[in-house]
Design a protein around this ligand. Structure first.
Ligand code: ADP
Length: 167
């Protein structure tokens, strides 16, 4: 069975990696679906987000990364999958996820959404707080896989340089 794990992944962090690894043990194939039409203030382009997810999951044989635009249910058809996997961190995630799952089911009744409960180790992690901590110079070593760490460091370098200049 092919599962699709969709999201913005801006950037792909250790919570995402954990869900992907656990999914890969259950499903024959896992496709990380990187949403092209993510928020306009994304830190990384779709190509960069895909590259980071690919590099971070390179060690898992049955995982591939693809980007998609538009409706998730259309992407599901394109890759011949009926199984969406989403991660749940807290009750606060539930309301939104519940709505989207119902909506997708309405758009295509053949599609089912499976929820995986976060690993407690990563329950506080979100792409947003990774970016926030990094932008203020905090250490994100424990939050993201190494390839992502390198790209974030590279992205924030000019900013740090500018801050130094204004000192
Ligand atoms: P979105 O799809 O809302 O843009 P993300 O790209 O951040 O969100 O996340 C993609 C998926 O990964 C979502 O199902 C989200 O709930 C899940 N996820 C995000 N952070 C974690 C975490 N720390 N642990 C488990 N699942 C997570």
């Amino acid at each position: 069975m092919i599962a699709v794990y969709p999201g913005s992944f801006d950037p792909f962090h250790n919570g995402h990696l954990d869900i992907t690894e656990r999914c890969a043990e259950i499903f024959d194939e896992v496709i990380v679906g990187v949403l092209r039409n993510a928020s306009k203030n994304a830190m990384f382009t779709t190509e960069e987000r895909c590259a980071m997810a690919s590099e971070a999951t390179a060690h898992i044989k049955n995982v591939s990364v693809r980007s998609f635009n538009g409706l998730l249910v259309d992407f599901m058809k394109l890759v011949s999958s009926r199984t969406i996997v989403r991660g749940l961190r807290a009750i606060s995630d539930f309301e939104y996820e519940f709505q989207i799952a119902q909506l997708n089911r309405r758009l295509d009744p053949a599609v089912e959404t499976f929820f995986m409960v976060t690993n407690a180790k990563y329950s506080y992690l979100s792409s947003r707080n990774v970016k926030e901590v990094a932008s203020f110079g905090g250490s994100i070593d424990d939050f993201v896989p190494d390839p992502v760490l390198a790209r974030i460091a590279e992205r924030l370098k000019p900013k740090t340089f500018m801050l130094e200049m204004t000192d």
